[in-house]
Design a protein around this ligand. Structure first.
Ligand code: FAD
Ligand code: NAP
Length: 492
């Protein structure tokens, strides 16, 4: 329905009801704007689809964290035995994929429902349709109820992305992605995960934790862009738990055999060819922004050099009344809190007289592998590149989490690192932590870094004993000193 009268029908039309779009829509409506959100999920090639809420809720952070938790509980059962818990028939303790999948999917459905109710309560109109630009001021969509044409003062593009598939025979026909794994009907079995970024490591980590044979195929390095010493430690921790790694390899084809198993062929950097049989092949090779479907040319919105993402200055595209937030933005972190924060701040600037801009620097993040790696700020490599080796100081330590003592769990990978400027009070540039609950540990220090944390301040902070977060307050060994960073005792 076109607007009656001269003005546009809405103050804000949001295309994409995920983390960023919903945050912006709710904030704008709360500030009195008339808002509509279009959200539509195109089924994955395997036919998986889901409800309102975007990637995080349906096929991202939340199901991932739940499966991570399931894997951690498996480890906890093992630990429990050494703490005196007795299991009458330990040989009968096994994991049931179908129960986990159902529990995860039930939770997701409840969140989908709550999200719809929340939009209704906040008077945000939800339209279940794929939004397509007709011109710079009009978006068109087709819903079950019929066609809609929406005009608005402002538009927000928050369409996020979807997993890529490699261009090899059989990838799309027989492979799955993170879009499918959390609702997979059959237990995944022996799984090959192609890609060694966040998603690849996290999926392989929880699958192994649940008892499946998991192999990660790495194209170049594990967790490219992260501090590489930490990345290698994470890979080694995963290997210790039984995850296999195929380094410097690329898949060539996936074929389905008569027994329904998947024959994968691949080659390494010297061109040597290999093959093995898997039950599941999961591609985690990065994500493509969903801009192609939007007909951005009709709106005059330009995409960045990569041909897909929107290069927006303060979330504003080259068309002044069209904005973008979240994974669709060029060279910005693809993280839920980033999308939410940017969406909220944008709504406040558009409708609440605010001038506060999003700060994309020093955003904390965690890889749940399942031993967690949390980090905020820059890596050792980036610090050296930016400031020169002589101008930075690296504090580091291995430590022993108290909870690992009795089960005698490996502490080989429990390591932390503080990257700081060498001069003066030694401003902290990066903090890196591997261990249980690393995400919880690093979150508070991220706030401290926002307040220009220094090594002096860290060292004069009194720790909470016995925690693992206190290890950051105990740092005293620099890499430069060459001293042994291994712990002497728990309380030294
Ligand atoms: P999305 O949440 O993807 O929402 C976009 C929505 O728009 C989708 O519902 C889409 O279907 C819809 N849409 C697309 N095109 C149209 C259209 N034309 N019309 C209407 N609707 C449309 N981040 C973290 O911070 N922590 C984590 O632990 C974490 N884990 C992750 C694990 C996995 C497996 C994945 C895949 C991602 C994970 N992320 C995590 C990243 C996080 O999910 C994303 O950064 C975040 O969801 C991006 O939000 P967004 O608003 O940009 O897009
Ligand atoms: P990613 O981090 O960009 O990693 C992609 C991986 O796939 C890299 O290891 C890459 O190798 C490899 N790769 C790329 N193309 C390939 C090909 N053709 N064949 C084989 N391997 C290939 O992407 P992602 O893991 O899909 O995650 C996407 C985003 O989601 C992340 O950037 C992150 O922001 C977000 N996310 C966050 C969390 C979290 O916060 N815990 C969890 C999951 C996802 P190279 O290094 O050689 O390029």
């Amino acid at each position: 329905m076109a607007p009656i009268g001269d003005g546009p029908e809405y103050d804000l039309v949001v295309i994409g009801g995920g983390s960023g779009g919903l945050a912006a829509a709710k904030e704008a409506a709360g500030l009195g704007a008339k808002v509509a959100v279009l959200d539509y999920v195109t089924p994955s090639p395997k036919g998986t689809k889901w409800g309102l809420g975007g990637t995080c809720v349906n096929v991202g952070c939340i199901p991932k964290k739940l499966m991570h938790q399931a894997a951690l509980l498996g480890e906890a059962i093992e630990d429990a035995k050494s703490y005196g818990w007795q299991f009458p028939q330990p040989e009968n303790i096994k994991h049931d994929w179908a129960s986990l999948r159902q529990a995860v999917q039930n939770h997701i459905k409840s969140v989908n429902w709550v999200t719809r109710v929340e939009l209704r309560d906040k008077k945000v109109e939800y339209i279940n349709g794929l939004g397509v630009f007709k011109d710079p001021h009009t978006v068109h969509t087709v819903t079950k109820q019929g066609e809609r044409t929406l005009t608005s003062k402002y538009f927000l593009i928050a369409v996020g992305g979807r997993p890529r598939y490699p261009n090899i025979p059989g990838a799309v026909e027989y492979g799955i992605t993170s879009d499918d794994i959390f609702s997979l009907e059959e237990a995944p079995g022996k799984t090959l995960v192609v890609g060694a970024g966040y998603i690849g490591l996290e999926c392989a980590g929880f699958l192994r934790g649940l008892g499946y044979d998991a192999t990660v195929m790495v194209r170049s390095v594990v967790l490219r862009g992260f501090d590489q010493q930490m990345a290698k430690l994470i890979a080694s921790a995963m290997e210790e738990k039984g995850v296999k790694f195929l380094h410097k390899c690329l898949p060539k084809s996936v074929e389905k055999r008569s027994d329904n198993k998947l024959l994968v062929k691949w080659s390494n950097e010297t061109g040597q060819e290999f093959e093995d049989v898997f039950d599941t092949v999961l591609f985690a090779i990065g994500r493509r922004a969903l801009t192609r479907e939007l007909h951005l040319d009709k709106a005059g919105v330009k995409v960045a050099g990569d041909g897909e993402k929107i290069d927006a200055m303060n979330e504003q595209s080259n068309v002044p009344h069209i904005f973008a937030v979240g994974d669709v933005l060029y060279k910005k972190p693809e993280l839920t809190p980033v999308a939410i924060h940017a969406g909220r701040l944008l709504a406040r600037r558009l409708f609440g007289n605010s001038t506060v801009q999003m700060d994309y620097d020093n955003v904390a993040t965690t890889v749940f592998s399942p031993l967690e790696y949390g980090s905020v700020g820059i890596s050792e490599e980036t610090a050296i590149q930016r400031f020169g080796e002589n101008n930075i100081e690296i504090y580091h330590a291995y430590y022993k989490p108290t909870e690992f003592f009795i089960p005698q769990r490996s502490i080989a990978h429990c390591y932390l690192k503080v990257v700081a400027k060498r001069e003066g009070p030694q401003q902290v540039l990066g903090m890196h932590f591997i261990g249980p609950q690393a995400g919880e540990v690093i979150q508070g220090f991220a706030a401290a870094m926002k307040c220009n944390l220094t090594v002096n301040a860290l060292m004069s902070t009194v720790g909470i004993h016995p925690t693992i977060a206190e290890e950051f307050t105990r740092i005293n060994i620099t890499k430069r000193s060459g001293k042994d960073p291994n712990p002497a005792s728990c309380c030294s």
